[in-house]
Design a protein around this ligand. Structure first.
Ligand code: D5M
Ligand code: FE
Ligand code: ZN
Length: 468
């Protein structure tokens, strides 16, 4: 296998810097001749070698787009399709679907063999092979190496990631239940698989995001928490005045926790100014009704909303919608919507709590790093059985496929923006000040901010309404 450093040096000797994505692409292809091919195709004044410089790799976009009328299109819907769990087999089919879908994304880039064949057949004993599976368990040895129990439909095998090898930092970020591929070799006693390289479903490096031909702006917010005594009335008013005056804004997307809800945590009633759930939704409807009717408003639920907590969460039911004007569209969590052809994947973001607790070095202050972790794993909530309840559905509805242009989350009440392989991740903050609980947990929210994206240029901007 080619080591990172060797690849970087080869480009360096030829007078070029190289983007890390290109390095991992060459590693994945495992073909040293590729370096020469790329070098030959470069112009002399190319300083940094980017994925777009790789010959034969054409940039393409992924999936269907709606560009004309209607300008707001709900792409994925599940209303009524996901009933309650009937039997344990429903979970088996959820994970089987996750393995099949995400495994095939890895298999597109490399051949792989079943775990059972690897263990039983002597044919693979001395060769480098790739296996693909779901992570059952993650452990660190006394010497700091990582041992992953990997399961595919045929068997289970422990996989060792040596802490001294290239890419170990990535192996340290492996979380339970994600689907990974591992290239490496079986130990002589067939009891352990030595990992050389970790492969994730990931965003294809040739992914080319769609940009619309019409100009337009969209505003991304989350976590309004109507009914809470920490709802920030004045910043919200300033936000409404501002958005009403900005004629070029056509969309307002809200990623959940529309209201504070009832009975979400013990003693919540003491922190509520509106103690009736219908009245909480009515209040929000009245507030949104004051905004210009040109705005298309998309409302998704979160863990404080009235619907069941298990994801995917259905849209807010009709009985709570009587105060809303027709420009409001209620969607599920998660939900993919198309605005002027730009695909936005909205997800409340409850799994960010789980990812922060599982990934070394993760921080609440940088939620968009966890969104990048979702994109690499092509899954919105990779680890099952922690803080994020997931419903047993035949198809895994939390898989990220096709790739969106924008991933929009909230939940942690902290603004964050990042770009990864052409996908813009925006975690919108909240309209609720620091709660007693967050103070206790030392979580410092960034309330009163909205993220505006110019759809034509895909340029995000944060607007702050907290202080006058
Ligand atoms: O969650 C807002 C943020 O605060 C999110 O990061 C979770 C955290 N939070 C809030 N309440 C709790 C409890 N009870 N346990 C653990 N973490 C919590 P929100 O969904 O707005 O409540
Ligand atoms: Fe919230
Ligand atoms: Zn939340």
């Amino acid at each position: 296998m080619l080591r990172d450093q060797e690849i970087v040096s080869r480009f360096c000797e030829a007078g070029h810097l190289v983007d890390p994505t290109v390095v991992s692409y060459i590693q994945e292809k495992g073909d040293p001749a590729l370096i020469q091919t790329i070098l030959k195709s470069l112009s002399v004044n190319c300083t940094v070698v980017l994925p777009s410089h790789i010959p034969s790799l054409t940039q393409r976009r992924d999936g269907i787009r709606f560009t004309a009328d209607p300008i707001l299109e709900v792409i994925e819907g599940m209303e009524g399709s996901a009933g309650p769990v009937r039997q344990i087999e429903d979970y088996a089919s959820l994970f089987r679907n996750r393995y099949d879908t995400l495994g095939s994304l890895i298999r597109k880039r490399t051949g792989s063999i079943p775990v059972e064949a690897l263990i039983r057949s002597s044919r693979f004993r001395d060769s480098d092979v790739t296996i693909i599976g779901i992570v059952l368990d993650v452990k660190t040895t006394a010497k700091g190496h990582r041992i992953i129990e990997l399961e595919d439909p045929t068997g289970i095998i422990p996989v060792l990631f040596n802490s001294g090898r290239d890419g170990f930092a990535d192996a340290e970020r492996i979380v339970p239940d994600e689907v990974i591929g591992v290239r490496g070799k079986l130990s002589p006693d067939a009891g352990l698989f030595y990992a050389d390289q970790l492969l994730r479903p990931d965003i294809p490096i040739q992914h080319a995001p769609y940009t619309p031909h019409q100009s337009g702006k969209a505003v991304f917010i989350s976590d309004i928490h109507i009914g809470s005594d920490t709802f920030l009335e004045d910043p919200w008013e300033r936000f409404c005045d501002w958005i009403s005056a900005e004629d070029d804004i056509s969309y307002l997307l809200v990623a959940g926790d529309l209201v504070d809800g009832i009975g979400i945590y013990p003693g919540q009633e003491k922190e509520l100014t509106i103690q009736n759930i219908y009245e909480q939704y009515d209040r929000l409807g009245e507030m949104l009704a004051t905004l210009p009717s040109r705005l298309r408003i998309v409302l998704a639920p979160g863990n404080h909303d009235v619907v069941r907590g298990a994801e995917p969460q259905p849209a807010i039911p009709a009985e709570f919608r009587s105060a809303y004007t027709p420009n409001c569209t209620f969607v599920e969590n998660p939900c993919a919507v198309s605005i002027q052809g730009v695909r936005v994947l909205m997800y409340h973001g409850r799994s960010i709590d789980d990812l922060i607790s599982l990934i070394p070095g993760a921080r609440y202050e940088a939620p968009s790093e966890m969104m990048e972790a979702m994109l690499k794993r092509r899954h919105l909530a990779p680890s099952y059985g922690r803080r994020t309840p997931v419903l047993a559905t035949e198809q895994d509805r939390l898989i990220i496929d096709p790739v969106p242009e924008i991933l929009h989350t909230g939940h942690v009440h902290i603004t964050g923006i990042s770009r990864y392989r052409g996908v813009l991740s925006v975690n919108a903050g909240a309209w609720q000040g620091q709660t007693a609980f967050q103070k206790q947990m030392n979580i410092n929210p960034t309330p009163g901010q909205a993220i505006i994206i110019d759809l034509e240029r895909m340029e995000p901007q944060v607007c702050d309404f907290l202080s006058k």
